[in-house]
Design a protein around this ligand. Structure first.
Ligand SMILES: [Ca+2]
Ligand SMILES: [Ca+2]
Length: 258
């Protein structure tokens, strides 16, 4: 009895030992392993309190306001080839945006959006502004703007604000009358190298063809191009402006210092 009782007791002990070691050993081992790991992840928690939160006031200091002036220099004297009557520029429409944002492009591949087509063919800006609103919704643009239309040698100005995140300027304006020709700038950096520009003049010498109308003359009838060609330089087609590489307009960007 004593022997068998002892055997049963020993066997039970062994079972218990095996069961515990079988089930708990890995946990114990894991605990043993995790113990130092637990203490390691806890280490970064200590430095968390020290870093001070960034002051929101800094964002205001990282803004700048600019006056954008579109100044027409399109005259029969400078551009005599079939200079049209009623020459003018449509209301410049544009956006202040982040670098990766694309309002329009002239990389030889990009197709005009509906907004660019309407701007280039009719001078209307509503659809372009809708597209800019979409960029704003996506966080890729800060604002959109539409200046007033301007005579061939007139000028129009508008004020825009840029921020550290959104400091690129793009705009377009139709050459009118024309089939689908326009002037434009894209991705003008208002804060190159982290410093706001004070003044910048850009001569708009390149005339773009939106690729959405086949007309070849200023007064050509509407002739839709389907599918659209990529946006390209009018000069690439050997059209009206290739022999007169004088600017049709100048864009003046001035920082307003209060
Ligand atoms: Ca065209
Ligand atoms: Ca068209």
């Amino acid at each position: 009895m004593h022997n068998s009782t002892r055997l049963v007791f020993l066997a039970l002990l062994a079972l218990l030992w095996c069961g515990c070691s079988g089930s708990t050993a890995p946990v114990d081992g894991a605990d043993g392993m995790e113990a130092p790991e637990d203490s390691e992840p806890e280490m970064p928690e200590d430095p968390v309190p020290p870093p001070p939160p960034p002051p929101p006031e800094d964002d205001e200091k990282k803004e700048a306001t600019f006056r954008i002036t579109f100044r027409g220099t399109w005259t029969a004297a400078r551009h005599p080839t079939e200079f049209p009557s009623g020459a003018h520029f449509s209301a410049p429409v544009g956006t202040v945006h982040a670098e990766q944002s694309v309002f329009w492009n002239s990389d030889g591949v990009a197709i005009a959006s509906d907004g660019i087509e309407q701007m280039a063919e009719t001078g209307s800006t509503g659809t372009a502004r809708d597209e800019i609103d979409d960029l704003i919704t996506d966080g890729r643009a800060l604002s959109g703007f539409t200046a007033s239309g301007v005579g061939a040698t007139g000028s129009t100005s508008i004020e825009v604000t840029a921020t550290e995140l959104h400091h690129f300027l793009s705009l377009t304006s139709m050459i009118a009358p024309s089939p689908d020709w326009f002037l434009g700038v894209r991705n003008v950096d208002l804060c190159p190298g982290g410093a706001w520009i004070d003044r910048l003049e850009i001569d708009l010498t390149t005339v773009y063809d939106a690729g959405t109308d086949a007309g070849q003359d200023f007064d050509s009838n509407n002739s839709d191009v389907t599918p659209h060609d990529p946006i390209h330089r009018v000069g690439d087609n050997g059209a009206h402006f290739v022999s007169e590489p004088l600017a049709l307009a100048t864009l003046v960007i001035e920082r307003i210092i209060e």
